[in-house]
Design a protein around this ligand. Structure first.
Ligand SMILES: *Cc1c(COP(=O)(O)O)cnc(C)c1O
Length: 346
């Protein structure tokens, strides 16, 4: 029996079209700039995002770190959400390797940072202070439950940030989920943004790789950072070939994942012992009520052992259970999951 894996969209694997493209990819040594498939991916991504240039990196973490190393000097500060992936889950790479200081402000329930908090965090000229260089947003916001942030909000932050001559970076690991949720062209969403990273893996199904995009001068500096981080690859066209399918095909079908997440939330909300805490884009968060005859841990274990269904538990956060939809979760799988959870809980 096939496993239905809803732990994350990171578990998605390459589509048949990707595997075929990978097998047939024309490659060269990308460190010489000779890999035509990598070059095409970078050119296509830049064009699609409305940026001057783009660079293929090994992961989202590497893309964000290259961006911060290229934008900031040692002793400079960035303003960033306290629940952001860059601050929480990237090991403080900016500080370890770049001497860059994270100045956190609270992430609101809708994934945004209050303009007032950003304004208060911007340093004035004073020799006691580090120099503020950059503001980073996250879209969709992972810890806020996959919530997409709007172009109007992004533009209002950009206006503030640019009024102080600062840089606006977006960690857009799932930015195509955001542009899909708002039915907006990705380049329009990023019109006033200086740099962005997004993952070709996750919902876009590539086996590895992310894109960092921005001005040509910025990408030149980011390439130096990537080299120092050990991220220059040789015949990376094998991976970029899957990335091209991710960029051109998979970015256009994410509404299916969002619809499936919505169906999942609707179906599960009818089960008495479940409270659907939130559903945004492809993320569904549940709380299992105290009255349920199994604990969240038991529910997760029994779904795994008896139904081949995998989900993530977050006991520290009021017994939350997380389900994430992706290309390999179709409507039939959604129905199986609802009925299996019903069986275990009734
Ligand atoms: C996944 C993710 C990243 C990058 O993670 P990698 O595992 O390094 O690719 C960055 N930001 C957010 C919000 C993410 O969800």
């Amino acid at each position: 029996m096939d496993v239905i894996d809803l732990r994350s969209d990171t578990v998605s694997h390459p589509t048949p079209k990707m595997r075929e493209a990978m097998a047939n990819a024309v490659v060269g040594d990308d460190v010489y700039g000779d890999d035509p498939t990598v070059n095409q991916l970078e050119a296509d991504a830049a064009e699609m995002l409305g940026m001057e240039a783009a660079m293929f990196v090994t992961s989202g973490t590497q893309g964000n770190l290259c961006a911060l190393l290229a934008h900031c000097q040692r002793g400079e500060e960035i303003i960033i959400g306290d629940k952001s992936h860059i601050f929480r889950y990237e090991q403080g790479g900016m500080a370890q390797l770049g001497g860059i200081i994270p100045h956190t402000v609270p992430v609101q329930a809708d994934g945004t940072l209050r303009l007032e908090d950003i304004g208060d965090a911007i340093r004035t000229e004073n020799e006691h202070y580090p120099i503020t260089r950059l503001v980073a947003l996250e879209n969709t916001h992972n810890m806020a439950g996959g919530v997409p942030i709007s172009v109007d909000y992004i533009n209002s932050v950009a206006e503030l940030v640019h009024a102080y001559d600062l840089i606006l970076h977006i960690d857009g690991a799932r930015i195509f989920n955001a542009s899909t949720a708002y039915s907006i062209d990705i380049a329009d969403m990023l019109q006033n943004v200086d740099s962005v990273t997004f993952c070709l893996s996750k919902g876009l199904c590539a086996p590895a790789g992310s894109i960092l995009a921005g001005s040509a001068d910025f990408i030149r500096r980011a390439r130096r950072a990537r080299k120092a981080l050990g991220g220059s690859m040789r015949q990376a066209g094998i991976l970029a070939a899957a990335g091209l399918v991710a960029l051109h095909d998979m970015s256009k079908r994410l509404n299916e994942d969002h619809e499936n997440a919505q169906l999942l939330a609707e179906g599960l909300s009818e089960i008495p012992d479940i409270m659907v805490k939130s559903q945004h884009t492809n993320f569904v968060f549940l709380t299992i009520k105290e009255t349920a005859k199994v604990s969240p841990d038991e529910l997760i274990q029994r779904l795994r052992d008896e139904h081949n269904i995998l989900m993530s538990g977050y006991q520290s956060k009021n017994n939350h259970v997380r389900l994430v939809t992706h290309y390999w979760i179709n409507r039939e799988a959604v129905e199986k999951v609802i009925s299996a959870i019903n069986t275990v809980l009734s």
